[in-house]
Design a protein. Structure first.
Length: 280
């Protein structure tokens, strides 16, 4: 006679259930635990009135929610006391679109500090009607959309130049990201652009400080290795997080807040970037 197949014991079933619950809790914590990375950016061209000027960068929200109405995220931003908020694309997600979440966040952020926004690839992937709805809603919320445009940021008589590149035109950085004559050669040039892999172009265009996102921190980060995969860079990408400097150009890359095609991140907490500017 064939031996009867042994049934799993209650202890084994209970152990498996506990392991599965712990794995779920681990993944939730990895994807919902907000972190802040602060950078002290120094450049002799930072005007006196901008000493300590604080930019909080939000990138790649992808409709993620940190508390009801994104209350935890908004409180995190508020606690950093920003002079300006930079939103560097992919605030919505083309695959699980929730425009109301994105628009509501923009309205609440604009109540904290002046907000400036550039599109990411997911905004471009929306159909025409949804893209128009999103961008109209963002404008109505009080956020300034920089579509291959530059604006002066003024404070106590001093000025810096803020330029934003539409994601569809990033390769035109040498044309759109240069120093507009209206602001002069001496103005500090801050550039907002969604994708970091064009760092060389950003350097050529005359930008001093560049804020980007898009790479999601490499999605899975390993000690000594860094990010594993990033859109448009493939496996073991060069630009996923942190700061990069070449000549007088410094680029900071946000690891972002949400997920999209790959729905989970590991050892790569959602990140709010805070840049404080100083002359020295």
């Amino acid at each position: 006679m064939k031996a009867e197949r042994q049934k799993p014991s209650r202890r084994k079933i209970l152990t498996l259930c506990i392991v599965l619950v712990l794995c779920l809790l681990f993944c939730l914590y990895q994807n919902l635990h907000l972190t802040v990375t602060e950078y002290r950016y120094t450049n002799a061209r930072v005007p006196a009135a901008f000493e300590g000027f604080t930019i909080v960068q939000i990138s790649d929200l992808h409709n993620a929610k940190f508390g009801k109405g994104n209350a935890r995220l908004l409180e995190c931003i508020r606690s950093l006391d920003p002079d300006m908020i930079a939103i560097t694309g992919d605030i919505a997600d083309a695959y699980h679109t929730d425009l109301d979440t994105a628009i509501r966040f923009c309205a609440d952020a604009a109540a904290i500090a002046p907000c400036y926004y550039v599109t990411g690839n997911h905004e471009l992937w929306l159909d025409d009607a949804k893209r128009t709805q999103l961008l109209d809603g963002i404008r109505a919320s009080g956020v300034v959309i920089l579509d291959d445009a530059s604006v002066p940021i003024e404070q106590n008589g001093d000025t810096i130049c803020l330029t934003g590149l539409d994601d569809a035109n990033l390769l035109a950085a040498d044309r759109n990201g240069g120093r507009p004559e209206a602001f002069g050669e001496d103005d500090l040039q801050v550039l907002l652009a969604h994708e970091p892999q064009y760092f060389e172009e950003y350097c050529k265009c005359g930008a001093d400080l560049v804020l980007t996102g898009h790479a999601h921190g490499g999605q899975f980060r390993l000690p000594g290795v860094g990010g594993i995969i990033a859109p448009d860079q493939g496996f073991f990408p060069a630009y996923t997080a942190g700061g990069f400097t070449d000549g007088h150009t410094t680029m900071y890359i946000s690891r972002g807040l949400g997920n999209s095609t790959i729905p989970v991140r590991l050892f790569n907490y959602p990140e709010v970037v805070c840049v404080r500017m100083y002359a020295s």
